[in-house]
Design a protein around this ligand. Structure first.
Ligand SMILES: N[C@@H](Cc1ccc(O)cc1)C(=O)O
Length: 536
């Protein structure tokens, strides 16, 4: 037991910055006898952002008040909440949360060995827990379960049963984690009061509930996952942090609605206290009043209200403090390919989007002076409806290929005779480069080009295979590469003015080791999936 602090002192540290405490008397009496056990749970859904530091600083408070602290990575809850975390990603999400939450705690100077970490699925799938869910399900009304989850579980048009199980399991966690108190944001309040009502009904203790205020996001509203700019990701680059803070809502003299000040109050000052930093420093050029320091949040707030501090100066200071907090977390990821893989595997859709965004920005740069990428190609799904040999060229097939055009099938020539038979081609769905300037070959005009893969064998046997669209693709479907879906050229003159561009684009078309057609490493897709060559 932390003996050097009085019960009152410890209580005041526990309550510092909290919005509400349910069961304060109970807490006081525990403090008189022993160290309280508190847990905080987080559903392992989207990527944690900097607002999570608010909860972290409270966990630090609980530790300094001599409490035992448990962190629950509520992976099953992440699934039950409308599958915010899909089942197959559950493990990786929980792993990611563990890494970044430990990173945040270390960054603010909390020793990890004082904490207990546990994953929901480590005990919630056991027989005894399952049994308690059933017992609870037979005392809890549907109405109460629905009400309990309404501010936490995503509300949708056809609510799922899983959303009703969610609060039941959160209540039961209190018992299975053997805690005296559960801590969370006030958004958890209805689940907390639900637990207070139903846990005793099952013969369990009623727990203490500690609630943090909801800290407004940098745009002034709640820091929600939907507003991308209001959230600073833990792995954001310093520049991105500065830009997001610069866009934050922070009006001169306005302390009521302010997206920056709450972060200073609920995160920066508490962290300073932990680390023994004496003041919040704002750097300003001399002509704007020179540097200033504040030893308390109240002093800073008063100066801001009195317009002695300008929004930009405050924002710059906050951005640089945030960057100091994030630096060790960023470093961890930068220096570990394993963690980078974890990030990609836990959030595959975001990883794909960020690659696409990067490619899109490359496109913008490349487009000065001339855009030169796959988007200039109009590649379509076509079906071979007729094949014959060219009367005057040994290597050429003459195909009729249907691209779904009102003008009927096109005539397309291809030099595939050495590599396949007419039967191999007939009826196949293929990829056609459809915006080439028509060109005559030995008297017959070709209106496009069949895209093929070089599948030359290891022994050197030259092999060419047709690239085929994913099953289900329709004649006429456009084939694109993510982030390069722009309007194709009206016509590509591959012999003259566009010759260089044409060659450059072709040169970056490759097939992957599994036969998938790729441009700069990104698959060629129809709405039905990637295009690839089929081993014959
Ligand atoms: N409801 C919490 C997650 C949680 C889940 C289970 C618990 O036991 C505690 C907390 C959230 O919104 O993130």
């Amino acid at each position: 037991m932390s003996s050097n602090l009085s019960v009152e002192e410890r209580l005041s540290i526990i309550k510092n910055n909290l919005q509400e405490v349910l069961g304060e008397e109970q807490l006081k009496s525990i403090l008189k006898e022993r160290d309280p056990k508190i847990y905080w749970g987080t559903a392992t859904t989207g990527k944690p952002h900097i607002a999570y530091f608010v909860a972290m600083t409270k966990l630090a408070d609980f530790l300094s008040a001599g409490c035992h602290v448990t962190i629950l990575f509520a992976d099953i809850h992440a699934y039950l909440d409308n599958m915010k975390a899909p089942w197959e990603l559950l493990n990786r999400r929980a792993d990611y949360y563990e890494v970044v939450i430990k990173g945040m705690l270390e960054s603010i100077g909390v020793p990890l060995d004082k904490l207990r970490f546990i994953k929901g699925s480590d005990y919630q799938l056991n027989r005894d827990f399952t049994l308690e869910i059933f017992r609870m399900a037979s005392v809890v009304t549907e109405h109460d379960a629905k009400k309990a989850g309404c501010e936490v579980v995503k509300q949708v048009d056809s609510p799922l049963l899983s959303g009703l199980i969610y609060p039941c399991m959160q209540a039961l966690d209190e018992e299975f984690l053997e805690c005296d108190a559960q801590f969370g944001g006030v958004d958890q309040r209805k689940i907390f009061t639900f637990a207070e009502k139903y846990m005793p009904a099952l013969g369990f203790k009623k727990r203490i509930h500690l609630m943090n205020p909801m800290v407004p996001g940098l745009t002034g509203g709640k820091m929600s996952s939907s507003e991308a700019d209001s959230k600073i990701d833990l792995l954001d680059e310093p520049r991105a942090v500065e830009n997001k803070i610069r866009k934050a809502f922070c009006e001169e003299g306005n302390i009521e609605q302010n997206g920056v000040l709450p972060f200073v109050k609920f995160v920066l000052f508490p962290v300073f206290k932990l680390k023994g930093i004496v003041s919040f420093d704002i750097k300003r050029p001399d002509k704007f009043g020179g540097n200033v320091s504040f030893e308390t949040y109240q002093a800073l707030e008063a100066a801001f209200a009195a317009k002695e501090i300008f929004p930009l100066d405050l924002k710059n200071a906050v951005a640089s403090y945030i960057n100091i907090l994030l630096e060790p977390i960023r470093k961890k990821f930068e220096t570990s390919t394993e963690l980078q893989a974890l990030l990609r595997e836990a959030y595959p859709a975001e990883a794909a989007a960020s690659i696409a965004a990067k490619m899109a920005s490359t496109k913008i740069e490349d487009s000065v002076p001339v855009k030169n990428d796959f988007s200039r190609f109009d590649v379509r799904v076509g079906q071979v409806v007729e094949v014959s040999r060219h009367p005057d060229a040994d290597k050429l097939f003459v195909e009729k290929i249907d691209l779904g055009e009102s003008t009927g099938p096109r005539t397309i020539l291809s030099g595939l005779v050495p590599y396949m038979t007419a039967e191999d081609l007939l009826g196949k769905k293929v990829l056609i480069l459809a915006n080439l300037k028509p060109a005559a070959m030995r008297g017959i005009v070709s209106q496009g080009m069949v895209l093929c893969a070089d599948a030359t064998k290891e022994d050197g046997t030259i092999t060419i295979e047709l690239l085929e669209p994913a099953e289900g693709s329709n004649v006429g479907d456009r084939v694109t590469v993510v982030a390069l879906e722009g309007k194709p050229d009206e016509q590509l003159d591959c012999k003259k003015k566009d010759a260089a561009a044409f060659a450059a684009i072709l040169a970056e078309l490759k097939t992957s080791s599994t036969g998938i057609a790729e441009y700069r490493g990104t698959p060629l897709m129809t709405a039905h999936g990637p295009c690839q060559w089929q081993k014959s």
